[in-house]
Design a protein around this ligand. Structure first.
Ligand code: G4P
Length: 285
């Protein structure tokens, strides 16, 4: 969906999250494992504050496993829990309720000592559009539920969803926006398919992707397009022309760029992660 953001919507969404936060014990923040930072709402740390949080790195099937491990360690070092999942292909996501119970063990014990026989935890799921929040929620509650539609300013009636006897879930009460004023973040989100094709220039995003793969995953790029060492040594712009010719598009840059974006999203260039902790350009290799 091509989402139109207005300051009013943002303020409303932020206030709604803050309000609902009072009703929950913990937060499940869902991000795309290929772009764990770029796929976050820029205000989320501030909004969540001290509330216990599990960082859920979704789409791990598409991400570079080494970099995913780095991200998990990074978030844990920041004091959050963190887990990597593939919600689309997983049958069950039992690890999430388990992790929630582990991290909230003290609270559960306290409830028990107060005579509550079956203590249950309440968690809120948050995430910008397209990180897979609906997929995660559906897997957790084991049925198809309607989640907040991807339209800012429109709020659905909130309802508690039951993951299991010990975990209740609340969907984000509004649509959260990414850090879209940052060009690099925009390029990353475009390349991974998180933002609609109509809102970016494919030649710019394609060139960004080509530059990235040339630097971070040269072997995968070489294999995917049958490139030789000489071609691999070209500047990204010159290499794009070579790709375009190989693809039968002549010198038409933007069709080759479009194809490259498509191939990256489809996994034709292998699993990849566009950023690593401490280096959000993702080029630390
Ligand atoms: P949202 O609620 O956060 O907006 O995201 P949603 O669950 O709708 O998921 C967005 C897209 O990401 C969907 O693909 C979904 O299938 C895909 N997805 C979710 N989790 C995973 C995962 O762990 N791995 C992979 N590979 N993909 C995942 P789509 O193309 O929009 O729809 P469709 O192809 O499922 O029809």
């Amino acid at each position: 969906a091509n989402i139109q953001w207005f300051p009013g919507h943002m303020a409303k969404a932020r206030n709604q999250v803050q309000e609902k936060l009072k009703q929950v014990d913990l937060v499940l923040e869902i991000v795309d494992a290929r772009v764990p930072e770029a796929s976050r709402n820029p205000m989320m740390n501030q909004i969540v504050g001290q509330k216990p949080r599990i960082m859920v790195l979704n789409k791990k099937d598409l991400a570079d496993p080494n970099k995913t491990a780095q991200w998990l360690a990074y978030y844990r070092a920041q004091g959050d829990e963190a887990i990597a999942i593939d919600a689309q292909h997983a049958k069950r996501l039992n690890q999430i309720p388990q992790l929630a119970r582990q991290m909230m063990a003290a609270k559960i014990e306290k409830q028990k000592s107060r005579g509550i026989r079956n203590p249950s935890l309440r968690a809120m799921c948050i995430g910008i559009p397209n990180v897979g929040k609906s997929t995660v929620l559906n897997r957790l509650v084991k049925k198809n539920i309607a989640v907040v539609g991807n339209r800012p300013g429109v709020t659905k009636n909130q309802q508690w969803l039951k993951a299991d006897d010990t975990l209740m879930l609340l969907d984000t009460p509004g649509i959260l926006w990414p850090k879209f004023e940052d060009e690099l973040v925009g390029e990353k989100l475009a390349l991974t398919g998180a933002i609609a094709d109509t809102v970016f220039q494919e030649d710019g995003v394609g060139l960004f992707g080509l530059t990235f793969f040339q630097r971070a995953y040269p072997a995968a790029l070489k294999r995917a397009y049958h490139l030789n060492d000489e071609e691999m040594a070209l500047t990204p712009a010159d290499l794009m022309v070579v790709l375009s010719q190989k693809m039968g598009f002549g010198e038409t840059f933007n069709r080759a760029a479009e194809r490259l974006i498509f191939d990256a999203r489809q996994g034709k260039l292998g699993a990849f992660t566009l950023e690593v902790p401490g280096d959000f350009d993702g080029h630390a290799e």
